[in-house]
Ligand binder design. Structure first.
Ligand SMILES: *[C@@H]1O[C@H](CO)[C@@H](O)[C@H](O)[C@H]1NC(C)=O
Ligand SMILES: *[C@@H]1O[C@H](CO)[C@@H](O)[C@H](O)[C@H]1NC(C)=O
Ligand SMILES: *[C@@H]1O[C@H](CO)[C@@H](O)[C@H](O)[C@H]1NC(C)=O
Ligand SMILES: *[C@@H]1O[C@H](CO)[C@@H](O)[C@H](O)[C@H]1NC(C)=O
Ligand SMILES: *[C@@H]1O[C@H](CO)[C@@H](O)[C@H](O)[C@H]1NC(C)=O
Ligand SMILES: *[C@@H]1O[C@H](CO)[C@@H](O)[C@H](O)[C@H]1NC(C)=O
Ligand SMILES: *[C@@H]1O[C@H](CO)[C@@H](O)[C@H](O)[C@H]1NC(C)=O
Ligand SMILES: *[C@@H]1O[C@H](CO)[C@@H](O)[C@H](O)[C@H]1NC(C)=O
Length: 775
């Protein structure tokens, strides 16, 4: 997913600031959405929850008794109740409206009463000997907690096997998530459908993207790139999808399945020469070979035929829970512009679902309304989405924390929507987050006049960064008031590292007020100096005082005497060191620019050497953690190959996606990763080439030829990297804490004078500076 177009954010924010009121007229859409509920028997759900608890805490599961009672609380919401028994044998009773609700209650108890944390990057679960007393009952604010973006299967879970999926589903249930995308096996089913429709295998293979690029070939953005999918791949995804669906259904998570959106292989024009199809526009400069499949006009009879065949075949294989995701116009502007046509298109898409499943609910990502902001005017949106009966469509307001659309469209003209945090693009790393906005705006959206909000959601393109923000967002599913963030961040550090520590608390206090308090409208895409293709005019910027982050880095390391052996502490030591070094690299870059502008070759050489050294230090610290390694990603990809050819293809997919993203760097570095291995063999050598050219330019007084530099970088670094088979160890090297202390001593006094000067020019309201925090 990309944003290239200019958006009129100001308008959105002005509209937004006008929100007020507390007229929560309760329409929870029971009559249209009531059938979206767990289908497993309560006893099955309870059993699944108990097994999850056992996976989480081992034999201590014997202290927990669980039961599922769908009628425990108000209709259309989830409720859990946690009580401690009075007998000598300490027993915790958890009752919930579903398996998910029980698990959510269990996690709530662990978090709030036992100070534990179960995060993506590790866990801190040390239950006290005497389980704390508890008597608590919590009801969710809404019907749904939704999870995943169609891109997540590309950026994060492309290579996952069942082990990782099991953990992921456990994590969903622990956080109360009861509605989740389940998208595997699509291509396998499509292959069956297309073969029956007389396409040749070759024609089909030219259409599907490779394993790391499936989301975008599914959405019609690209075709064939990174393919050819083998039958063993199809087998793998079918088997995996069955296991995923079984587990979700046992726990009471409602899986959202794919439906036909209209994108078909080019070969359809051979078989249906008279069908009304349009070639989709070029996406991000992909060559014709890899872009632009056909879109069957939703109003052509063929649309229904294909849509029905697909859904039949898919449901035949996997069953259904009656909710389908379908995004026909995701980053593709419709050809038709008049409201009447848009209405007919909406009806056609929806009826292709209901013809097969009369109880179908259409779930649509609202990204198009942000991305094609100009096209999707109020009247067009109204015509399009109200063509489906009210309550039969659910819209994911996809990046509500930054570009909410529910105000502009008057709560989607009566269609229910889910408030989603789209916190990450491309699975890039870099600390950031909008804690205050999340804590306040979710509640405001629910309470606005005529609100049709029916849930909260997480829709990151990639996971595995900024866990703190996801945790806060998850809590907004039951919190009724804006959060006291000072307290909250402090509590977070207690749970994360197991017990209070003044340095850890202080660190999170600073982070919470600065880097995690972004309130601007800039599009954060993980593009920092070190991760970008080198050039002379990179725009660096900060929404906080960078010196505070360097300071927090030192403070955090002071917690090491007490916390050095906690795995989440070690993870965070690496992450904050990474962030600090990334910031210092920005500063060195500015100083390089300054030396160049002044033709001072001595200074230029000095600063260039420093930057190269920093890359080596960054590599070292990342290399010390299992969570920041290229090896892990590549080995997982290769593991899925059943022969040499597949292993090679998967490795190429894995390497290309996080670097060039396309054969020629079409969206180069969009999904970049600050990982050991990538730093040393990709980011650093690019800069070495650039810095050498700068030096030559100053010394020979010749102007810098950026075209030539880009060409060299592509030929000598980027392209070879994607085809390389170099092995990277999976095992971490060195002690993170010791390395971090050494690096902190080395770099902490590097003066951030350029950054300081720039920041003064930055809009003041966005900046939390040192004075306001440390005094
Ligand atoms: C596919 O080919 C068979 C055999 O030639 C033919 O009977 C059938 O109608 C074709 N199906 C489609 C959808 O064209
Ligand atoms: C795929 O699975 C089917 C059925 O389990 C099996 O017969 C077939 O050999 C598998 N194919 C590959 C390539 O693994
Ligand atoms: C073909 O589809 C396009 C796009 O939906 C539409 O504008 C056009 O009217 C259709 N043509 C016919 C002949 O139906
Ligand atoms: C922080 O933890 C304390 C003790 O468990 C609790 O009373 C308080 O509500 C928590 N505050 C927040 C904002 O979560
Ligand atoms: C960490 O663990 C090691 C090995 O178990 C132990 O020797 C060391 O003392 C521990 N350090 C701290 C700070 O607890
Ligand atoms: C640096 O050198 C260039 C090219 O020789 C020249 O145009 C420019 O004025 C010089 N700048 C300074 C600050 O000396
Ligand atoms: C170049 O930079 C060095 C190091 O900062 C400084 O000592 C020297 O005076 C500068 N030279 C000129 C000509 O400005
Ligand atoms: C810059 O390099 C490109 C590619 O090598 C070359 O075609 C072009 O002529 C060069 N431009 C200048 C101004 O030297």
């Amino acid at each position: 997913m990309m944003v290239n177009t200019a958006l009129y954010f100001i308008i959105i924010s002005v509209l937004y600031s006008g929100s007020s009121g507390h007229h929560n007229h309760i329409n929870n859409f029971e009559s249209t959405l009531g059938h979206l509920k767990p289908r497993s028997l309560p006893a099955v759900q309870a059993e699944a929850a108990l097994m999850l608890i056992e996976r989480t805490i081992g034999e201590k599961v014997s202290h927990f008794s669980v039961s599922v009672d769908p009628n425990l609380g108000p209709i259309g919401k989830d409720t859990f109740e946690i009580k401690k028994g009075s007998s000598e044998y300490q027993e915790i009773f958890i009752t919930g409206t579903s398996g998910v609700a029980v698990t959510w209650g269990f996690h709530h108890y662990l978090k709030k009463h036992c100070n534990c944390q179960i995060a993506w990057e590790g866990e801190q679960i040390e239950l006290p000997d005497i389980l704390p007393d508890v008597n608590e009952r919590i009801t969710s604010n809404d019907r749904f907690r939704y999870y995943q973006n169609v891109c997540t299967t590309g950026y994060s879970s492309a290579w996952w096997g069942w082990d990782q999926w099991e953990k992921n589903i456990d994590w969903m249930a622990l956080n109360g998530i009861n509605l989740a995308l389940a998208f595997h096996g699509q291509e396998a089913i499509w292959e069956r459908v297309y073969l029956k429709m007389n396409l040749t295998s070759q024609e089909i293979n030219q259409h599907f993207g490779g394993p790391a690029f499936l989301p975008w070939s599914r959405m019609g953005n690209i075709r064939g790139w990174g393919g050819l999918l083998s039958s063993s791949w199809h087998n793998h995804t079918i088997v995996l999808q069955h296991r995923i669906l079984n587990r979700m259904r046992e726990l009471g998570i409602i899986p959202v399945l794919p439906a036909f959106a209209g994108h078909v292989p080019r070969a359809f024009s051979r078989i249906y020469p008279h069908a009304n199809m349009t070639k989709i526009g070029v996406w991000n400069q992909f060559d014709d070979q890899y872009c632009c499949p056909y879109l069957v006009s939703p109003t052509d009879p063929l649309f229904k035929i294909i849509g029905q065949k697909f859904l039949h075949e898919y449901i035949n294989e996997f069953g259904t829970d009656h909710i389908y995701n379908c995004d026909t116009f995701n980053e593709n502007e419709p050809v038709d512009t008049d409201t009447e046509s848009l209405k007919m298109i909406g009806q056609a898409i929806y009826s292709a679902m209901t013809d097969v499943d009369p109880q179908a609910i259409w779930m649509m990502q609202g990204w198009l309304f942000v991305h094609e902001f100009d096209f999707w005017t109020e009247s067009r949106v109204e015509a399009f989405i109200t063509s489906v009966p009210l309550g039969k469509m659910i819209i994911l307001d996809l990046q509500s924390e930054q570009f909410p659309q529910y105000m502009r469209f008057k709560s989607y003209f009566g269609q229910p929507f889910i408030w989603c945090m789209l916190h990450n693009f491309g699975g890039t790393l870099g600390m950031f987050g909008s804690a205050r906005i999340i804590s306040e705006r979710v509640i405001e959206a629910r309470n606005m006049e005529g609100s049709t909000m029916i849930g909260t959601g997480l829709t990151p393109e990639g996971i595995n960064q900024n866990y703190v923000i996801y945790e806060l967002m998850n809590e907004m599913a039951y919190r009724r008031e804006p959060v006291n963030l000072d307290k909250w961040f402090e509590n977070y550090s207690v749970r994360r590292y197991g017990g209070r520590n003044e340095y850890a608390s202080q660190t999170w206090n600073i982070l919470g007020k600065t880097i995690y308090n972004f309130i601007g409208l800039e599009r954060i895409r993980g593009h920092y100096v070190i991760t970008m293709r080198p050039k002379g005019n990179i725009k660096t910027w900060w929404w906080y005082d960078p010196e505070l982050i360097i300071e927090a880095w030192g403070i955090f390391l002071n917690a090491r005497n007490e916390k050095a052996n906690k795995s989440l502490y070690r993870h965070d030591v690496v992450d904050i060191t990474r962030q600090a070094l990334q910031l210092i690299a920005d500063e060195i870059y500015l100083s390089i620019k300054n030396a160049y502008a002044k033709n001072n070759s001595t200074l230029l050489r000095q600063q260039s050497e420093l930057l190269v050294e920093l890359f080596d230090d960054l590599e070292r610290i990342l290399d010390s953690s299992e969570n920041f390694r290229l090896g892990k990603w590549l080995e997982a990809a290769k593991l899925l190959g059943t022969n040499e050819k597949e292993r090679e293809l998967y490795e190429y997919n894995a390497r290309n996606q996080i670097t060039l993203w396309g054969p020629n760097g079409e969206i180069c570095d969009y999904a970049n990763k600050q990982w050991a291995g990538v730093i040393v063999d990709y980011f650093k050598p690019r800069w070495v080439i650039f810095l050498k050219a700068l030096q030559e330019s100053v010394e020979t007084k010749q102007i810098l030829n950026q075209t030539l530099i880009n060409q060299l970088i592509f030929e000598q670094v980027e392209n070879p990297f994607t085809f390389s088979h170099k092995n990277y160890p999976v095992e971490p090297q060195g002690d993170s804490v010791l390395i971090a202390v050494e690096l902190n001593n080395k770099w902490k006094n590097y003066k951030l004078h350029f950054i300081e000067r720039k920041i003064l020019r930055y809009e003041r309201r966005m900046i939390v500076n040192k004075k306001t925090i440390l005094t």
